[in-house]
Design a protein around this ligand. Structure first.
Ligand code: HEM
Length: 487
C-alpha cells in the first residue's frame, strides 16, 4: 500500500466521496459465507450419518443422501469460499491499488446475484437437477448465470487494478488478476464441453482438469493472494522474499494446468497423459513449497514480539496452522501422485481426508484468520469473548485434525483390504468405527463453528469495547506505507 492510498484517504476526509474500501460489502459477503457454511456443515454431518446406516430422512427423494452430499460440497465451494474471497477482494484490492472498485451499485448486484445463484443451486440439487459433472453439479440452467456472475466480478475488480498508479503490482494482485480469468475459463471448460460436445474418456481429461483447476487456479490464487496480504499486515513485517512469491506465481501458472489427469490415474485415459500429469505434479510440489517457506520465514524474521504473538494473536494462529496443514497436504500429494500409491488409496476415504485437509484445513483456516482479523474492524467493536475465540479455534483444529487422521487411516485399511480382494461386506464392517469417529469429529467442528457465530453476533450487539484499528488507520492517517510487501 502506498501514498496513492493515502492521497485517496486524504481526499475522502475533505470531500464526501465514497470511502476507498466498502466495508459494507466486506461485511455482507462474510455474513453470507458464514451462513452458507452453516448449512453446508449441517449437510456434511447429515451425510456422515448415512455411513453409520442411520439415515434420518428415509424415503424423501428431495432429501436423499446423494443430493445432501452435493449440497455439502457445492455450498462449501460456491457459497462459503466464493463469498469469503469476494469479501477479501473488497478489502484488499482498493488498499493495494489505491483505487476504488468500479461501482457500489454493481457491488450490491453481485452480492444479491451471486447468493441467488447459490440458492438456485441449492434448490436445484435438492430437486434432483444436478449436472453429471463432478464439482460442476450446478444445474445446467444455472451454469450460464455463473459465467455472467464471473464476468461481473471481472468488471468490478479489474478497473482499480488497471488504473492503479503503482509502478509494480504487489504479488497478491498478480494472483487475483490471473485468478479471475482462470475462474471464467475453468468454469466454461468444465461445465459446457463435457455436457454438450465430448463424452467418455475424451471428456475425462477435461473433467480432471476442471476439478483440479477449480482448486488450483481459483481457490489457490485467491488463498495465496489473501495470505500474502494479511500475514505481513498482522506481523507488521514485509514478506520474506518477493522474488520467491513470484516464482510461486509463474510456477502455478505454468505447471498447474498440466496435471488434471492425476485424478484419474489407472483409468482408460492414455498413459502418456497420465505420466505427464504425474511429472507436472512433482514440479508443482516445488512451487507450493515456495509459499510455505515464504510464510514461515516471514513469520520467523518478523520482530520478536510478532513471532511470539502466535499465542495471543488468533488471526495469526489460523494462518500459521493453515500453512502447517498446507505442508501436510503437499507432502501427501507427493505420495498419492505415484501409480503405486494410487493402487491402494484410489476410491478410499484417504481422498476424502485429503480433500478436507486442503479445502478446510488450509483455505478455510486462512479465511477464518481473515474473519478473526477483520470482524472487529468491520463492526467497530472488539471481539465479545476471548474464550469463544479460543473454543472456536481448538474445537475446529482438533476436530479437523482428527477427521483427517481417521479418514487417512481408514482409507489405508480400506485400500489394502480391497487390494487383497477382501469381500466388500468385511471392508464396510471394518470401516464402521472410522465412520462413527468421523461423525463425532464433525460434531466437534460444528461446536467450534457455533462459537464463532455466537461471538460474531454478540460482538455486534453486546461488546462493551470500541475497536481501535491499529493495523490500517494509523498508516493511512500519517501517509505511511503498511509493510505489505518489499516493493
Ligand atoms: C461438520 C463438518 C463436516 C462433516 C461432518 C463433513 C462430512 C463430509 C462427508 C461425509 C463427505 C462425503 C464423503 C464421501 O462421500 O465419502 C464430505 C465430502 C467433502 N467435504 Fe465435508 N464435512 C464437513 C466439513 C467440511 C468443510 C468445512 C469443508 C470445506 C471447507 C468440506 C469439504 C468437503 C469436500 C471438498 C468433500 C468432497 C470430498 C471428495 O469428494 O473426495 N467439508 N464431507
Amino acid at each position: 500500500m502506498t501514498q496513492s492510498v493515502s492521497r485517496d484517504v486524504a481526499a475522502d476526509a475533505g470531500a464526501p466521496a465514497p470511502a476507498l474500501v466498502s466495508t459494507a460489502m466486506v461485511k455482507w459477503h462474510i455474513v453470507a459465507a458464514v451462513a452458507w457454511l452453516a448449512i453446508a456443515m449441517f449437510a456434511g454431518l447429515l451425510y456422515a450419518t448415512q455411513f453409520m446406516q442411520h439415515w434420518q430422512l428415509p424415503k424423501i427423494a428431495l432429501l436423499s443422501p446423494g443430493r445432501i452430499r452435493m449440497v455439502h460440497t457445492n455450498l462449501v465451494a460456491f457459497g462459503f469460499l466464493v463469498n469469503a474471497f469476494l469479501a477479501m477482494l473488497y478489502w484488499t484490492v482498493p488498499r493495494l491499488t489505491g483505487k476504488r472498485v468500479l461501482s457500489g451499485v454493481l457491488g450490491g448486484t453481485i452480492l444479491v446475484a451471486w447468493n441467488a445463484i447459490v440458492l438456485l443451486t441449492f434448490v436445484g440439487l435438492l430437486a434432483g437437477e444436478a449436472q453429471a459433472v463432478e464439482w460442476g453439479e450446478t444445474p445446467v440452467w444455472v451454469d450460464p448465470l455463473v459465467v455472467v456472475g464471473a464476468i461481473l466480478v471481472w468488471v468490478q475488480f479489474y478497473p482499480p487494478i488497471v488504473r492503479t498508479e503503482e509502478r509494480a503490482l504487489y504479488v497478491s494482485l498478480w494472483y487475483f488478476t490471473a485468478g479471475f480469468i482462470w475462474l471464467g475459463l475453468t468454469y466454461i471448460m468444465g461445465n459446457f464441453p463435457p455436457q454438450y460436445i465430448l463424452a467418455g474418456s475424451a471428456a475425462g481429461p477435461l473433467l480432471g482438469l476442471y476439478i483440479h483447476d477449480l482448486v488450483g487456479l481459483f481457490v489457490t490464487p485467491m488463498g495465496w493472494g489473501m495470505m500474502y496480504f494479511f500475514v505481513p499486515v498482522i506481523l507488521r513485517a514485509p514478506i520474506w522474499s518477493h522474488a520467491l512469491s513470484l516464482v510461486g506465481f509463474w510456477g502455478l501458472a505454468f505447471f498447474y494446468p498440466l496435471q488434471g489427469v492425476h485424478h484419474f490415474l489407472g483409468s482408460p485415459i492414455p498413459m502418456f497423459a497420465q505420466y505427464s500429469a504425474v511429472i507436472s505434479t512433482i514440479a508443482i510440489e516445488i512451487v507450493v513449497v515456495t509459499v510455505i517457506v515464504n510464510f514461515f520465514m516471514t513469520w520467523q524474521s518478523a520482530p520478536a514480539s510478532a513471532s511470539s504473538s502466535l499465542r495471543r494473536n488468533m488471526a495469526l494462529r489460523w494462518f500459521w496452522v493453515g500453512a502447517l496443514n498446507y505442508f501436510i497436504t503437499c507432502l501427501q500429494c507427493a505420495f498419492q501422485v505415484t501409480l503405486t500409491f494410487q493402487q491402494v488409496i484410489h476410491f478410499t476415504d484417504w481422498v476424502v481426508g485429503h480433500a478436507h485437509m486442503v479445502m478446510f484445513g488450509v483455505f478455510s483456516f486462512w479465511i477464518f484468520g481473515m474473519i478473526e482479523h477483520l470482524w472487529p474492524k468491520l463492526v467497530g467493536r472488539d471481539w465479545w469473548s476471548m474464550k469463544l475465540r479460543k473454543c472456536f479455534f481448538w474445537f475446529t483444529a482438533v476436530g479437523l485434525g482428527s477427521m483427517f487422521l481417521v479418514l487417512t487411516a481408514g482409507g489405508l485399511i480400506e485400500g489394502f483390504m480391497s487390494l487383497h480382494l477382501a469381500p466388500r461386506e468385511s471392508i464396510l464392517e471394518s470401516m464402521r468405527p472410522f465412520w462413527v469417529t468421523r461423525t463425532l469429529t464433525g460434531i466437534a467442528i460444528i461446536i467450534g463453528f457455533a462459537c464463532l457465530v455466537v461471538n460474531m453476533v454478540m460482538t455486534v450487539v453486546a461488546s462493551p469495547r470500541e475497536h481501535i484499528d491499529e493495523d490500517y488507520a494509523p498508516y493511512e492517517q500519517v501517509e505511511q506505507e503498511v509493510a505489505v510487501g518489499t516493493l
